[in-house]
Design a protein around this ligand. Structure first.
Ligand SMILES: *[C@@H]1O[C@H](CO)[C@@H](O)[C@H](O)[C@H]1NC(C)=O
Ligand SMILES: *[C@@H]1O[C@H](CO)[C@@H](O)[C@H](O)[C@H]1NC(C)=O
Ligand SMILES: *[C@@H]1O[C@H](CO)[C@@H](O)[C@H](O)[C@H]1NC(C)=O
Ligand SMILES: *[C@@H]1O[C@H](CO)[C@@H](O)[C@H](O)[C@H]1NC(C)=O
Ligand SMILES: *[C@@H]1O[C@H](CO)[C@@H](O)[C@H](O)[C@H]1NC(C)=O
Ligand SMILES: *[C@@H]1O[C@H](CO)[C@@H](O)[C@H](O)[C@H]1NC(C)=O
Ligand SMILES: *[C@@H]1O[C@H](CO)[C@@H](O)[C@H](O)[C@H]1NC(C)=O
Ligand SMILES: *[C@@H]1O[C@H](CO)[C@@H](O)[C@H](O)[C@H]1NC(C)=O
Length: 381
């Protein structure tokens, strides 16, 4: 009893003296930043994985790129393109002796043999310095460079120029890459930070939620009126009051609900009357294409809201004849006089192609959301 109380006290004392050392993994290339840490017994080294798909694995000075049996590893920590929610893994410092680490990723190049190593409390002089440890790791590259491991996962990346057996320098600079990948049966295009030979990006797991207030401050506006979103992001329409809709339309027919082939609306919240003192109504719209998407409020009392400029767009061109300003000007100029696509354009019904957004391959699905088909990304590249 007394002993455990004493232990608890000493643990508390230890905890209060504990320092957390943050080490970012993969910031700008195949590096740990900082690459060495001076830590006391009981300190924590917190590895924050900021890019790519790395590990922090304990090895030994003699064998820099081989896991020391039974020792610590973070495991692979893939980082989603575009996320700011970085995985973190903590290591508890249990000795003041040097502890050596490496990245175990071998696809499409061997990270450790490219110099991606780290150490806690390395000697600053003598033989076992960090510089010598890193040199030993790099020396292994030439010893193993005849290997022919295949670069799984990099084939879809336009940045994947390196062959698997080529080691790349640790100071290689980061660049932006574009890649196409498949997620839930549909092809998507993404832009991500990369360097030659990095693995293919993964689909977003943490979408951005954009709040859009419908009838902001009791005016006929969506706030904001434009959102630039990635595939998988969510636009959360918030109706704080009044009696509005968020209804998908098209560029050419700004105030005419867009319909599926069976006549159902592509996306329409319907009227959302919200009285004073009542909690706002919220409706989510999932972004499934990077193409422009156009919206308006269909309320016609006492005036047609859409025709009064109550318009909204996702990913409109920033300028030119299909900008949001052009869309809104068209809505206002028509002021509800165009009620059906056919009355305005007898020869061709509305379509994404007619809207001039270049989405020749876009098909309207049977449900409330678009199905994205291959080909729509060509204009993005
Ligand atoms: C991370 O790398 C490991 C080892 O190469 C691989 O097995 C895993 O699939 C990768 N994860 C992702 C999400 O790319
Ligand atoms: C080597 O480093 C130790 C501490 O790590 C220090 O006490 C010693 O003076 C250093 N020796 C030389 C020659 O710099
Ligand atoms: C590996 O080999 C290349 C060319 O053969 C040489 O330039 C490089 O310095 C070698 N690297 C190491 C770490 O020995
Ligand atoms: C969106 O609005 C909801 C409800 O007011 C709020 O809880 C949430 O934090 C907001 N999200 C963002 C990203 O502003
Ligand atoms: C809301 O409307 C009131 C009255 O028209 C105005 O005084 C106020 O500045 C508006 N607030 C915002 C945030 O636009
Ligand atoms: C909301 O607007 C619609 C269309 O004008 C109307 O039919 C409905 O009665 C309104 N709801 C309320 C509660 O005012
Ligand atoms: C919209 O989606 C976000 C993210 O998944 C979620 O947090 C939020 O509760 C959703 N809102 C509604 C109204 O379903
Ligand atoms: C729009 O049409 C309504 C009648 O439907 C009219 O009262 C209003 O003045 C018109 N607005 C403009 C800007 O022409």
């Amino acid at each position: 009893m007394f002993a455990s109380a004493a232990l608890a006290l000493s643990l508390a004392a230890l905890a209060s003296a504990q320092t957390t050392h943050t080490v970012t993994v993969g910031q700008g290339g195949l590096v740990y930043t900082p690459d060495t840490v001076v830590a006391a017994l009981g300190d924590i080294v917190q590895f924050q994985f900021v890019a790519n798909n790395h590990t922090a694995t304990v090895s030994s000075f003699a064998n820099p790129c081989t896991a020391a049996g039974g020792s610590f590893t973070s495991g692979f920590q893939p980082v989603t393109a575009g996320t700011t929610n970085f995985p973190e893994v903590s290591y508890n410092v249990q000795t003041t002796d040097p502890v050596w680490f490496y990245c175990g990723q071998k696809v499409p190049v061997n990270h450790c043999e490219s110099g991606m190593v780290f150490a806690i409390n390395p000697p600053t002089n003598g033989t076992n310095t960090f510089a010598n440890f890193q040199a030993n790791a790099k020396a292994l590259a030439n010893a193993t460079s005849s290997g022919s491991s295949t670069s799984a996962g990099s084939s879809t990346s336009s940045a994947a120029a390196s062959s698997s057996s080529v080691s790349i320098p640790a100071d290689v600079t980061e660049s932006l890459a574009t890649a196409t990948f498949e997620w839930q049966g549909a092809p998507y295009t993404t832009t991500y930070s990369s360097y030659p030979g990095s693995p293919a990006p993964t689909a977003g797991v943490a979408p951005t939620v954009f709040n859009v207030t419908v009838g902001f401050n009791a005016t006929l506006t969506y706030n904001p009126s434009v959102v630039n979103a990635n595939i998988g992001d969510i636009v959360q329409f918030i109706f704080p009051g009044g009696n509005h809709t968020a209804t998908q339309t098209s560029f050419n027919f700004p105030c005419v609900p867009e319909t599926n082939s069976d006549g159902t609306r592509v996306f329409d919240t319907g009227y959302e009357p919200v009285g004073a003192g009542v909690a706002p109504v919220m409706v989510n719209f999932t972004v499934e294409t990077e193409n422009p998407q156009w919206f308006g409020c269909m309320q016609k009392k006492p005036v047609f809201h859409c025709g009064a400029g109550m318009n909204f767009a996702i990913n409109p061109p920033a300028s030119g004849d299909h900008s949001f300003a052009a869309f809104q000007a068209l809505a206002i100029s028509e002021n509800g006089t165009t009620t059906t696509p056919t009355s305005a354009s007898p020869s061709s019904g509305p379509s994404q192609t007619a809207a001039g957004n270049g989405a020749a391959g876009l098909k309207v699905g049977a449900g409330a959301l678009f199905t994205v088909v291959a080909g729509v990304f060509a204009f993005l590249l």
